[in-house]
Design a protein around this ligand. Sequence first.
Ligand code: ADP
Ligand code: MG
Length: 362
Amino acid sequence: MERYRLIKELGEGTYGSVLKAINNESGEVVAIKQMKRRYDSWEECLSLRELKSLRNLHHPNIVMLKELVRQNSILYFVFEYMEQNLYQVISDRKILFSEVEVRNLCRQVFQGLAYMHQKGYFHRDLKPENLLVTEDVVKIADFGLAREIDSQPPYTQYVSTRWYRAPEVILRSDCYSSKVDMWAMGAIMAELFTLRPLFPGTNEGNQIYRICSVFGTPTIDSWADGIHLARTLNYQFPNFDGVQLSALIPSASEEAIDLISMLCSWNPCNRPAAEEALKHPFFRNDHYIPPCLHFTAAAKRETHSDGSIEELEQKRDMGYCGALYDSSLNYNFPSSNKLDTGSSTVASSIGLTRMFPFLANS
Ligand code: ADP
Ligand code: MG
């Protein structure tokens, strides 16, 4: 690691901290993700979900893992460096994105997803913080929760940040699919138009409440599995007819509204696959104009995993007039398995003892 000179901390997350660094030999700028927990053997590292997926995924819209370093039982992922995450881009943005800009951003993410899903992985934690942006290029990052589609259910309960979490996951389905990523994309696409989260739920009950308030209460015809899941949890959906999505996202075209509605279908089977989304009329109007994303000073991002969501909401919720909010709803979902959120320290000087150039022969 002495080949790298650390510049600054970029983010502190669930599994570790991310540092900006320069390769002293090549001058290349990289992002180094330093994992919190110790890895005493390479075998342990190789079983990491993030590594399993990243070593198999090579696509222009998926962040590139350059190398993996283990030193003194600390594991470092060395990635290509990206200027900002999409949350920062949205936060810094003073005027709405044009539809052309939204299209360009979404197209790239769907292309990355189509590739990933076709390779047999789904991400499970798509959100603006996990989409990295440099100029007009977007790449999917943070494969800490990625899973192989062929892996056998039942799946664990803790999946994705609440605001982008698909209803089947909130309702404790244990056999969800790559369509959870498509739900998240519907919410992200809406957020790109309004610069506000579509469903900033304060807890899981409130999350479902907000979804019902927009799309209407699911029925046995629209989502039989969901009705069964709710019954199993002894949960009753709140009664709503739903509203016109176009009223909540006035700057979006009919095609955009149609695609967001399809992506946010209650029933995962009704959500288009990424490949299908790319064929939607929203993408037909294909005149490419580079988006003028505003890269102002990189906002320092606090994690918005469940732990700090209220604080984040106070910042993001101002002026939000989307889904209805019922603060009195206090249905208690069974608690999720919370991921470790303990803090980690920044290594100021790291001496390389071993490098693992697996990418060369993968
Ligand atoms: P975590 O699992 O802790 O959320 P992430 O991989 O999402 O880890 O990284 C946390 C944050 O660090 C990201 O939201 C982003 O701001 C920053 N980051 C991660 N990877 C890179 C990268 N390759 N280039 C620049 N910044 C990055
Ligand atoms: Mg992340």
